[in-house]
Design a protein around this ligand. Structure first.
Ligand code: ADP
Length: 633
């Protein structure tokens, strides 16, 4: 039993293949985690790094609270089950199960007890005296599972264990592995390329593509709230319908136009208030996603909405329990060629539709998905990035939604009308704005408050569930953006600044005392060099830098040193900097300083000006290797 923590994990193979990029995840004890994605996406590599069969290029892996990056596989207390069983062919099932226990030098009685117990759990008692070659694929995979469970590992790792089995056996074994997980009470990590396997087994699923994590969530949330088009298309059969289109705000409604056909629907503005306004200009192309069950040939299915489209049916698939209607929104198409207007509908088959029929279908606008055409990220996220508001500034007051709040001195801005962006993490419990609480949802470990202010919904990330019906909120002004005609007039205080750096060694002379005499000895110290100054690094950081950069390249890999306002302090022997201006946000003050061509920001308890010296706090900075773009800390 163990929890796992993966922080900024990377794998770069010696040939330069970046198989895993910045993998971050906290896995709780007893979870059943599935890594899923197409072949080559990096799921096995990640699993093998957890097992210790593959070195970790950068990042920190903890099992049960202990850093295991450099721990031998045998000491990690994990067991691994592979696709090809990896049984000893010349041994009986009993001996295969007993093998690792004999290596552990357990007594005969103990070994017997554990082997019999595992065999019973897996229903292979009658095969104990057989050899693997006398058994079927499913039985052999059970033995392989048995070999793993007799060791009572803290973590079970399974790499496509069912892909050698036929479809029926796979379904059966899937259920058995799920049952095994609940019986064993052990953390399971399971790799598969099969989304159905992932959806039916995982308590949480990690969807990967090209070495990147695309989303981590429960099966239900991945299905209902895909974070990008890749996840939306990968999870669920039949695949989600995707159309190209544009969104245009018109008064209190938004018109959604589908490209390459005449189809168009309208939805109330309030449904899309989490969408960035520039998507609603009628020009920015988006993908519109709708699952087959969210389209219905029953026009009244989703209420009396205005989201009805016409389509021509191209073919019908009777699946017994349901019928799939395939069609095209473009009535001029031939219905067979690939087109961007194809649609599939889940139906009960009672309509008796046939190829060639032109019908109307209702779209469930409550469950519409929208993705950016370029990035393919969801533009209608569960947790929006910002609150998008219209505002005016007059005489140092910020006016929006009928409220007036005094702007702090750091925000210098001419009177006029602006667009205001308030990030959801910049509205905090306070005293300025009185709102009416609508909902408070827990989304992936974060708590999103939706609250009404004069007819408009405001969204805020709050530390814990709010039970009150009304609440007062304050704006964290250092995070806001003001735009005039699409141009940023006020930008948020940068969260981090990046300085160029290098890992260096210096020969130093140290004084030591032995036999009552003070002697000078030569020693080597490691430092980070930035802006012409060196800062001695502690051993733990030096080790991380060596591990990530490799001993050969350690001292000539350009680094980016990330400094947030809290990771820089004023101090002697620091970097030379010049104060540009003081930024007074009311509750907090910052100093903007010029370092060479760059700017850095420091928290300040008083006003500064002129020349200053700045020291990075090495416990709080981030370090990125510039060439491979790998985060080291
Ligand atoms: P998956 O398990 O998702 O199919 P892998 O983790 O096996 O993917 O591989 C991820 C990427 O790393 C692929 O591009 C693969 O070709 C590459 N790769 C895997 N093993 C090695 C290796 N030993 N050397 C170089 N590249 C490798």
């Amino acid at each position: 039993m163990a929890d796992l923590s993966l922080k900024h994990i990377y794998k770069v193979y010696p040939n330069g293949t970046k198989a895993v990029n910045d993998f971050n995840m906290e896995i709780a004890d007893k979870e059943f985690i599935v890594f899923v994605g197409p072949s080559g996406c990096g799921k096995s590599t990640t699993l093998r790094m957890i097992a210790g069969l593959e070195d970790i290029s950068a990042g920190e892996l903890k099992i049960g609270g202990v850093v295991v990056n450099d721990m031998e596989p045998k000491d990690r207390d994990i067991a691994m089950v592979f696709q090809n069983y990896a049984l000893y062919p010349h041994m009986t099932v009993y001996d295969n199960l007993a093998f690792s226990l004999r290596l552990k030098k357990l007594s005969r009685e103990e070994i017997h007890k554990l082997v019999v117990q595992a065999a019973e759990t897996l229903g292979i008692t009658e095969y104990l005296s057989k050899k693997p070659k006398e058994m079927s694929g499913g039985q052999r995979q059970r033995v392989a599972l048995g070999r793993a469970i007799v060791r009572e590992p803290k973590v079970m790792l399974l790499d496509e264990p069912l892909s050698n089995l036929d479809a029926k056996l796979r379904t059966q074994m899937r259920a058995e592995i799920s049952k095994l997980h609940s019986r064993l009470n052990t953390t399971f990590i399971y790799v598969t390329h099969d989304q159905v396997e992932a959806m039916t087994m995982g308590t949480r699923i990690v969807v990967m593509k090209d070495g990147f994590v695309k989303q981590i969530d429960t099966p239900k949330n991945l299905y209902n709230y895909p974070a990008n088009k890749f996840v939306a298309g990968f999870i669920g059969t039949p695949q989600m319908n995707f159309f190209e289109g544009t969104l245009k705000k018109n008064g209190e409604e938004v018109r959604i136009d589908f490209a390459y056909c005449n189809a168009g629907i309208t939805v109330p503005c309030s449904k899309l208030d989490k969408v960035r306004p520039d998507y609603l200009n009628g020009e920015t192309p988006v993908y519109i996603g709708l699952r087959a069950e969210d389209v219905s040939v029953d026009r009244e299915a989703f209420g009396n909405n205005k989201a009805v489209v016409k389509l021509r049916i191209s073919h019908v698939e009777e699946l017994g329990s349901e019928t799939l209607l395939y069609g095209d929104l473009n009535m001029d198409g031939d219905g067979y060629s690939e087109s961007l207007t194809k649609i599939v509908i889940k139906d009960d088959g009672s309509g008796g539709y046939r190829a060639g029929d032109v019908i109307e279908a209702a779209l469930n606008t409550e469950r519409i998905h929208l993705f950016d055409k370029q990035t393919e990220d969801c533009v209608l996220p569960r947790i929006p990035e910002y609150n998008y508001l219209d505002c005016t500034v007059s005489g140092g007051l910020l006016n929006f939604l009928g409220e007036s709040i005094a702007l702090p001195p750091a925000i210098e801005c001419a009177d006029g009308e602006y667009e205001l962006l308030i990030p959801v993490d910049a509205l905090k419990a306070g005293k300025d704005i009185g709102v009416k609480v609508e909902t408070c949802e827990n989304i992936c470990g974060k708590t999103l408050l939706s609250a009404e202010l004069n007819g408009k919904m405001l969204y805020a990330l709050v530390p814990e569930t709010v039970t009150e019906k009304t609440l007062k909120l304050d704006v964290d002004f250092k995070k806001i953006t003001l735009l005039k005609d699409g141009v940023k007039v006020i930008e948020p205080l940068p969260e981090v600044s990046r300085l160029d750096g290098l890992f260096v060694k210096n020969k130093v002379k140290k004084l030591t005392e032995a036999d009552g005499k003070v002697k000078t000895v030569k020693a080597i110290e490691f430092s980070l060099e930035t802006e012409g100054k060196r800062f001695t690094v502690p051993d733990t950081l030096a080790q991380k830098l060596f591990a990530a950069l490799g001993v050969r390249k350690a001292f000539n890999s350009p680094l980016k040193i990330e400094c947030g306002a809290g990771s820089l302090i004023f101090g002697e022997n620091g970097i030379n900097a010049r104060v540009e201006r003081m930024l007074d946000y009311g509750a907090e003050k910052f100093v903007k300083c010029r370092v060479g061509e760059k700017f850095v920001y420091l928290l300040a308890d008083k006003d500064y000006d002129g020349e200053v010296r700045i020291v990075p706090d090495l416990d709080k900075i981030g370090i990125i290797e510039a060439e491979r773009n790998i985060r080291i800390i």
